[in-house]
Design a protein around this ligand. Sequence first.
Ligand code: NAD
Length: 193
Amino acid sequence: MKKTIIVTGGAGFIGSNFVFHMLGKYPEYRIICLDKLTYAGNLSTLKNVMDNPNFRFVKLDICDRKGVYELFEEEKPDVVVNFAAESHVDRSIENPEVFLQTNILGTQVLMDACRKYGIERYHQVSTDEVYGDLPLDRPDLFFTEETPIHTSSPYSSSKAGADLLVMAYHRTFGLPVTISRCSNNYGPYHFPE
Ligand SMILES: NC(=O)c1ccc[n+]([C@@H]2O[C@H](COP(=O)([O-])OP(=O)(O)OC[C@H]3O[C@@H](n4cnc5c(N)ncnc54)[C@H](O)[C@@H]3O)[C@@H](O)[C@H]2O)c1
């Protein structure tokens, strides 16, 4: 079945790899990349898919409620996958504010749009950093989904805050949500920092 998927942060490292994966695996899907193009986003990463008729790029801030609502109105997405974030820990120590804006308030705007226009699934891309740190000399220890949230930087706190909000939107409004908390990734299109 044909689906329309909004991928936020799709000009970044993991989001762009996801866009390529989805266009390759589901050629009938319509993939819309919504990205503000901060220092971490690079439009040239997407050059090979720009001409694909099932792909659209929209330069937009996820905190821009009016712009986000207009896009949802126009595209009527079935699924939203939210990769958009400020994601560099050291930057979050220098300037936490933009982390709270994008990672928490931007998440709220996206979920409000999902509520307003209806959605099959909202997926939040989170991080294992919400669980804090494990000692390097204790390889026997590991995190599970039951591990308490124990953040240690403004970045991880903003991601944990967003996760709690996502779960609250499910509980309070019945929004169909999923959250993944992956560990560190590396590979093609990774910003050098
Ligand atoms: N890279 C990792 O190892 C890792 C590990 C765990 C979780 N994550 C999570 O995965 C997601 C993607 O990480 P990444 O490494 O690809 O990040 P990245 O910094 O490479 O990409 C982030 C993208 O989001 C865009 N963006 C930032 N603020 C925005 C806004 N307000 N509106 C719209 N777009 C905005 C940027 O322009 C960029 O294209 C993030 O949510 C991050 O927290 C990453």
